[in-house]
Ligand binder design. Sequence first.
Ligand SMILES: [Mn+2]
Length: 563
Amino acid sequence: MNKKWQINEVNEDIIDKIANEFNISKLVASIIASKGLKSQDEIEIFLHPRRTDFHDPFLLPDMEKAVERVIEAINNNEKVAIYGDYDVDGITSSTVLHRFLKDRGLDTDIYIPNRLSEGYGLNSNEIKKIAETGHTLIITVDCGITGKEEVALAKTLGIDTIVTDHHEPPQEGGLPDAIAVVDAKRKDNQYPFNGLAGVGVAFKLTQALSQRLNIREEENLKYLDIVCVGTISDIVPLVDENRTISKLGLKLVKQTRNIGLRVLLESIGYKKIDSNTISFGIAPRINACGRMGHEREALQLFLTDDVEEANNITQRLNGYNLERQDIEKRIFNEAQEMLSAEGNKLPCIVLAKENWHHGVIGIVSSKMTEMYSKPSILLSIEDDLEKGSGRSVPGFDLHEALENCKENIKQFGGHSMAVGITLEKEKFEAFKEAFEDYAEKMDVASIVPVINIDEKLSLDDISIQNIKELELLEPFGEANKTPIFQISNLKIDSIRAISEGKHLKMTLKDEKRLIDVIGFNMGALAEEYPIGTKVDIVGNLEINSYKGNENVQINLKDMRHGV
Ligand SMILES: [Mn+2]
């Protein structure tokens, strides 16, 4: 697969100026410059976010009304329900709000829908149960903005609702008729940032309550570890307030007082706690609970103050995660077999089979899309229906594509990169054909994946010292990716495939020095590039520590023949 290397050219004078002014290396300054950060303030906040950098929570729509109603509930000791979601964002949102209100003497009940039997969002059965058990207030977290009907039902049952959410309001039909609808994606929003995760919005509610109740700000800041876990896991852009949350939050994660989080962290083993520890260690394990239908256990892990209980839950969580991986592997293998039986000549992938697990099908769709660089839709056949998930490649709007074949679809939702979809079984062939035609028409096959390169370097520019300084830019994640560098005109000094041909290991050299390179899942390149070949490469810079020695290593993203 040929990829397009796109370099973000930045003016050298700007880089020098930033390096001097902030006393940082040119390497770090070049990344700052390539992000387009210019003013003193912007750069200062990016490099060293502080707790004074949080925006005023009362700028969020309806925050005043929400705070007033919650304080009334605290004063009257009302029965309050928190309504959340089964993913990490929803679980951490529920945790933060529950714990904060409990500190204020209000013990809330938490409702998390079951992913497999109920699905995402408010549902009327749960609302009825909440009413039957005598609750007078529902606070939604990470959901609710599309729950107009359910909020109306709650109202007829005598329950007030406060919606806190970070999802897009529905295009038609208006907002739910709630006491307050706190969501920065509202059209009338005045809040300076609309990229918070659900847990970020819940955190802003605790911040607003603290201010109004004259509580020390430590009382809400102490939950930043949990807020950070939800924020990084939800793959929201780690800029603006999310950077403040994740940068300050990660420091708290390292010394977390949340027993469940601490036990889970200890169980996974890590060299360093950073955003990768959250994204690849914590998030899959918490999400595995929801995927397998055990959402209560994930919640209980964050709520328990008992080490033994935390240990037991962690063991089960790790078990669910292994189970999820097994199922994922099986579906992935089956999908690959079906695809090769088809010949894999089409511009997109549409497959359906019995018994493909609902909670896992989306992950497999992303893996197929990544592997073949094609949009994919995977469906599980259940009686007369086929339900599934799709993922897209940048440059192909999947939601728009489904809009174009909607006469063959029963139901769908999502956005340009990811969708959920339901078909009638008898419509499968017609849908597949229409979707393939559309992909053909849009010339998906000619979309070339792009690698965005931050800066060109020579081996001279690279040292352990300045790689360490790149840590200033952490935490990395969405909208703040691990920097990618291009190095040209190197010669292959040694090259081999390792781990049964899976990965690639090389040493490259210029006139003066050698550098180690590792290429994950790139073992096949060992055949293509003999020793002595001139190459250009792009990759991340890393420090490889082994037996107390530290070495510079390049984590390869792409390689091509040099000129
Ligand atoms: Mn969310």
